[in-house]
Design a binder for this molecule. Sequence first.
Ligand SMILES: [Zn+2]
Length: 306
Amino acid sequence: MRRSLWVGGFFMLIMAILPARLPGESDPVQKYRSILWDHLTALCDLGPRYPGSEGHAKTRAYIRNVAERYADSWKEQAFVARVGYAEELPLYNYELTFKGTGDKPPILLGAHYDTRPFADEESNSQKEARPIVGANDGGSGTAVLLAMAQYFHENPPERTVQLVFFDGEDWGRKGSDEYFLGSSYYAEQLKKEDKSTWPARVLVVDMVAQKNLKIFKEQYSFRSSPSFIEFVFDTAKELGVDQFVPMLRYSVRDDHLPFIYMKIPSVLLIDFDYPHWHTLEDTLDKCSADSMLAVFRVVLETVRRV
Ligand SMILES: [Zn+2]
């Protein structure tokens, strides 16, 4: 009796230390590591990508190109935001749709592709006025979505997926309400549609490329969508993705808020412990392909299981 228990325990231990995949078994997600990195590099090469800049126009062309190549259908949502003293700011969201093989309601995966027009976390006033490259903030979420476009083209999802690239997330001055302009507009338009067409879940990724990535549970997500955030973190745990730490940390106002107001379960994945946030130092050398791949894996598996 004691012996067989011991033997059973021994096998359980073996099971616990075996990797999820055996050596030689191919990992269909691993190839996206370099695809993620190539997208992030290409975005950073375009320079600052704030609305109205040359980099922004080039980023839009880049997204359209990926959409044309991989999406089942896509649309540009162009609109004009009123900012500052009645200034008109043209903005553009992009929605890429990948038709599900099943009939579950869609899931929306979102990220902002604009970058901050000024480095207002710099202590030097000369630097403060300059636009940031936003490798992590603006670049990383966009790279994740761009790589997903290829993934869902090659591996059609069971549930319809909408990849939405939001504009104008990082436009506003501190203390203003001129943040997440693109996602707010997108949500306003969605409210005019029949509820049956709304996404059942919203998952937003932002600032997910830094080295030593640690993603904690964001507080607005946790309070509004507790079972969905548990689901995401349980998925990360089962995959053995240890960049996800199942503890509460920051409250971050981001592109998930307009959907939370619509009572759609919505989660933001972000690592807000980033010393280069809103500075000129938010550059490619602070980023890691492995960090993005970790988030990519968890999001894909969440889409598959939820
Ligand atoms: Zn930002």
